[in-house]
Write a protein that binds this ligand. Structure first.
Ligand code: G
Ligand code: G
Ligand code: MN
Ligand code: NA
Length: 242
């Protein structure tokens, strides 16, 4: 694939940059943290969505250097701007399986003065398909370093409740598809209620993703959700505009 080579070249040539999206506590609507989201300005093709280039980066292995670039850039930008809220970073299963990932991350973070306790890694359930136990071990090592682990896109894809029994996530992120039609459909709302109640009963905070309307926000408040993320409060933007 042509784009795979372009990715490696693009890292060196500074074509990648980060956007950040705020997360808010539902109680007081205060900012509780940010999610870093990778963006690519390709010299010929212009802006390319991560939905397109992340799978290519994963297949080609370019996600490994790209992922290190993301982690170190988050730490650097957060230090420069004096951010003292938690920042979450999406981590691909390919990165988690890569040899020495833990050690390389540790070295990278030791070089930075940004505290590990202000970092969170978001992983999706696809990370647990291949060698679940190994993945849990890697994630647990990060937790021991002080990095929080979030279960991203919960409820979609290869979702299995046993994952929640086998690993103590710091946060669960409810996939945005669960908010579809939640204002109108009793059934949609029942699902949201059940998942929030599950999170609350295992004492794991739940973030609802993709909150776009005040009505969705009201429902999430009523059902006892702890945090929200979505266009209603903030679109992903560069660090200078947070
Ligand atoms: O920000 P946006 O909705 O365009 O992101 C699309 C997808 O790309 C999401 O699934 C998101 O998790 C993923 N993504 C965004 N940034 C990163 C990143 O830095 N690393 C990885 N692995 N995935 C990312
Ligand atoms: O897969 P992941 O949850 O990491 O992807 C987050 C993606 O969701 C980002 O690309 C971001 O642009 C997108 N996003 C964030 N808030 C909203 C929202 O309110 N509505 C929709 N449709 N997408 C959102
Ligand atoms: Mn995410
Ligand atoms: Na998500």
């Amino acid at each position: 694939n042509m784009l795979a080579g372009d990715i490696r070249k693009g890292i060196k040539e500074g074509q990648f940059f980060l956007h950040y999206q705020e997360k808010r506590a539902i109680k007081d609507k205060e900012i509780s943290g940010y999610e870093a989201l990778l963006r690519w300005n390709h010299p010929r093709l212009g802006s390319i969505s991560p939905d397109i280039f992340i799978p290519i980066a994963e297949e080609s292995g370019a996600i490994v250097p790209l992922g290190y670039w993301v982690i170190s850039t988050v730490c650097q930008e957060a230090m420069e701007k004096g951010i003292n809220k938690k920042i979450s970073i999406n981590i691909s299963p390919v990165q988690l399986r890569h040899p020495n990932f833990i050690e390389r991350v540790r070295t990278l973070l030791q070089r930075s003065t940004y505290p590990m306790s202000l970092l969170e890694f978001e992983v999706t359930e696809t990370a647990f398909i291949i060698n679940k136990q190994l993945t849990f071990n890697v994630l647990h090592q990060f937790q021991k370093m002080g990095i929080s682990i979030a279960l991203d896109d919960f409820g979609t894809g290869y979702s299995s409740l046993s994952t929640l029994r086998e690993f103590q996530f710091d946060v669960i992120k409810l996939d945005k598809s669960f908010l579809n039609n939640v204002e109108k459909s009793y059934e949609a709302r029942s699902f949201v209620r059940a998942i929030i109640s599950l999170g609350n009963s295992i004492h794991t905070p739940l973030i609802a993703e993709g909150v776009e309307t005040v009505e969705q926000l009201r429902i999430l408040e009523e059902e006892g959700c702890s945090e929200i993320q979505g266009f209603l409060f903030g679109k992903p933007t560069d660090i200078d505009h947070l």
